[in-house]
Design a protein around this ligand. Structure first.
Ligand code: SF4
Length: 310
C-alpha cells in the first residue's frame, strides 16, 4: 500500500499562535482559564486544554468578574470585546491576524457606505464575528450561488464583498462571478480573504486526488476548512472521508494495492495523522509513506502582547 501525505501538515500559523497563547496562559496563571468558544475547531486540542483546566464558555456573562479569558482564533464581534471590558475581565484576543484583516476591511467598507455582501457559512463563529464589524443596515450574508439572485440591493448603492477565510476556493469563485454579473462595479477586498492555509490545503488535496484512490481528511466535524478539504477530494472524483480520530475510520475501505491520500485541516495536530498511519500499518504489511515539501514551514505569526493578562 502506498500512502501519500498532503504537503500541508500541522497547524496553520493562526492556529499555532492561538494554541501557544492558551498554553502560555495555562502555564503562567494556571486554572481556571476561561476561553470564549472553542479556541480552534479541533476536538483533541479542546479536550486537552479542558483536561488541564481551561473552561470553554459561549457567553461572556458566564465568566466571573476579574478572571482571565482568551477569545478564540475565529474572531468575535465588537460587542463581545465591549462586554469583556465591562465585566473587567483580563482578556487576550487570539483572533488570527488574517481574520482581523477581514474585520478591518468590513469597517472600511461600512465607513464608505458600501452594501457589503458577506460570503460564508451562517452560524459559523468567524462569520458571526466579521458580521459584527459591518453596519447592520448594509450587511447581506450569502452562502451559495443561488443566494445571489435573491439579493435585494438598491442599484444606486455601491456594493462590496468579503468572505470567510476558510471557504472552498472554487465554490467562492463561482459566487463572486455571479456577484460581478449582478453588480458590475462590485468592490473586492484588496487581497483575497480566503487565507493562504485554506488555499494551500485545498491545492494539496487536488494534488493527492490526481494520484490516489481514496482520500482521508483528518479534521473535526465543526472545522470549516477540514470539511472543505473532504469536498475538494470528492469534487475531484475521489472517494473522500473526514475523521476526527483514527478509530473513526472504516478500515475495511482500504485494500493492500491502494494509493491512500491523507490530508488534515489547519487545526489538526500532526499526532492525529501519525495515529492514522500507525493504524493502517497495523492492518497492512508493506506500507510505504510518501511526503512532499511543506510550503508553509517558515510561516509564523507574531504573538500578541501577553502582558495584558497580568
Ligand atoms: S485557517 Fe487561515 S484564517 Fe484561520 S487561523 Fe489559520 S491562517 Fe488564520
Amino acid at each position: 500500500m502506498e500512502i501519500y501525505l498532503a504537503r500541508t501538515q500541522g497547524f496553520c500559523a493562526g492556529v499555532a499562535s492561538a494554541v501557544d497563547i492558551v498554553e502560555f496562559a495555562l502555564g503562567k496563571y494556571g486554572p481556571p482559564l476561561y476561553v470564549y468558544h472553542e479556541i480552534v475547531h479541533n476536538t483533541f486540542v479542546v479536550n486537552d486544554f479542558r483536561n488541564r483546566g481551561a473552561v470553554f464558555v459561549e457567553d461572556i456573562d458566564d465568566v466571573p468578574e476579574g478572571c482571565r479569558i482568551i477569545l478564540s482564533a475565529h474572531g468575535v464581534p465588537p460587542e463581545v470585546i465591549a462586554k469583556a471590558k465591562k465585566r473587567k475581565l483580563k482578556f487576550l484576543d487570539a483572533t488570527c491576524p488574517l481574520v482581523t484583516k477581514v474585520h478591518n476591511e468590513a469597517v472600511k467598507f461600512s465607513a464608505e457606505k458600501y452594501a457589503t455582501v458577506l460570503i460564508g457559512h451562517k452560524g459559523h463563529q468567524e462569520l458571526t464575528g466579521t458580521a459584527g464589524y459591518v453596519n447592520p443596515n448594509l450587511l447581506h450574508i450569502i452562502e451559495k450561488e443561488e443566494d445571489v439572485e435573491h439579493l435585494e440591493i438598491d442599484s444606486s448603492q455601491p456594493v462590496a464583498y468579503l468572505t470567510q477565510t476558510t471557504l472552498s476556493v472554487d465554490e467562492t469563485k463561482g459566487i463572486i462571478e455571479k456577484l460581478q454579473k449582478k453588480f458590475p462595479k462590485l468592490m473586492a477586498p484588496p487581497r483575497s480573504d480566503i487565507c493562504y492555509a485554506t488555499q494551500n490545503r485545498q491545492d494539496a488535496v487536488k494534488e493527492l486526488a490526481e494520484i490516489c484512490d481514496i482520500i482521508i481528511v483528518c479534521g473535526s466535524p465543526n472545522s470549516s476548512n477540514s470539511n472543505r478539504l473532504r469536498e475538494t477530494g470528492a469534487n475531484a472524483g475521489v472517494p473522500s472521508y473526514i475523521i476526527d480520530k483514527a478509530q473513526e475510520f472504516d478500515f475495511s475501505l482500504l485494500n493492500s494495492g491502494m494509493k491512500v491520500g491523507i490530508s488534515s485541516g489547519a487545526s489538526v495536530p500532526t499526532k492525529i495523522v501519525d495515529e492514522l498511519i500507525n493504524e493502517i500499518k497495523n492492518r497492512h504489511s508493506n506500507v510505504h509513506v510518501h511526503t512532499f515539501p511543506n510550503p508553509e514551514k517558515n510561516i509564523v505569526f507574531k504573538l500578541p502582547d501577553l502582558k495584558v493578562l497580568n
